[in-house]
Design a protein around this ligand. Structure first.
Ligand code: ZN
Length: 238
């Protein structure tokens, strides 16, 4: 997917009047097409007033088709950090939690890591993203996490999207979409809501298949476990 930055810039500045750095509106981009005639899902006005090429790309095939220099470098970085998030998700699973992992990165360094801990911690807010945001805030001594990128294996829920906005996280990269509770476009689009005073740049589908497989394998194993436990229970009660 090649992004027509000139058309987009004209569209935003002339027709929509969006000139504030960081301003974005996914609804406005519905009429915007890239060079190949595909609808653009999202565009962000960057610090210099030019249109950023940071787009929401939901399918991995389109992601692979992005072959230009900087895009390649960012794609590689995104994959590296998403693998790290996947490893953190493994840690969640080894602790008996749903495998979701998150890592916050600033200037190429980790500032916060998180993995689901709700069950063990008896804490409905202990999602991977929140844990990573808390660690980063404590480490930086600041609840604003400007310029940071959050990598998370699963699309953030409403609570985590709210926390991301409160932390002013610059960019969110997620793997698998969550059609039941996703708040980055699947169920709701909190992160791109035009009424929000901060809207992070969002990239979806990075290592999406690996992230989705990790979760579906977990739930499959858990269903089989529960079934076996039920059958054992029935046998012992005979
Ligand atoms: Zn969440």
């Amino acid at each position: 997917m090649i992004f027509n930055t000139i058309t987009a810039e004209r569209f935003f500045t002339a027709e929509r009047g969006l000139t504030v750095p960081g301003q974005t509106n996914s609804a406005d981009t519905a009429q915007l097409l890239d060079d190949e005639g595909h609808p653009v899902k999202e565009a962000v006005i960057n610090e210099t007033g030019e249109t950023n090429t940071c787009l929401v790309i939901s399918d991995t095939q389109a992601l692979e088709q992005m072959t230009s220099g900087h895009g390649d470098e960012q794609d590689q970085q995104d994959s590296v950090w998403m693998r790290h998030a996947l490893a953190l998700a493994d840690r969640a699973e080894s602790e008996g939690e749903v495998p979701v992992g998150a890592v916050l990165v600033l200037n190429g360094a980790i500032i916060g890591e998180g993995w689901n801990r709700s069950i063990a911690g008896h804490d409905p807010t202990a999602h991977a993203e929140v844990m990573a945001l808390r660690e980063a805030g404590a480490r930086l001594g600041n609840y604003r996490l400007l310029e940071a990128t959050l990598y998370v294996t699963l699309e953030p829920c409403v609570m985590c999207a709210g926390a991301i906005i409160h932390g002013r996280v610059k960019r969110v990269v997620y793997g698998a979409s969550d059609f039941k509770t996703g708040a980055a476009g699947s169920l709701l689009d909190i992160l791109a809501h035009p009424g929000m005073n901060h809207r992070p740049c969002v990239t979806a589908g990075v290592l999406g298949d690996a992230c989705a497989d990790q979760l579906s394998s977990f739930f499959k194993r858990r269903r089989a476990q529960h079934k076996a436990e039920r059958q054992r229970g029935m046998l012992s009660s005979r």
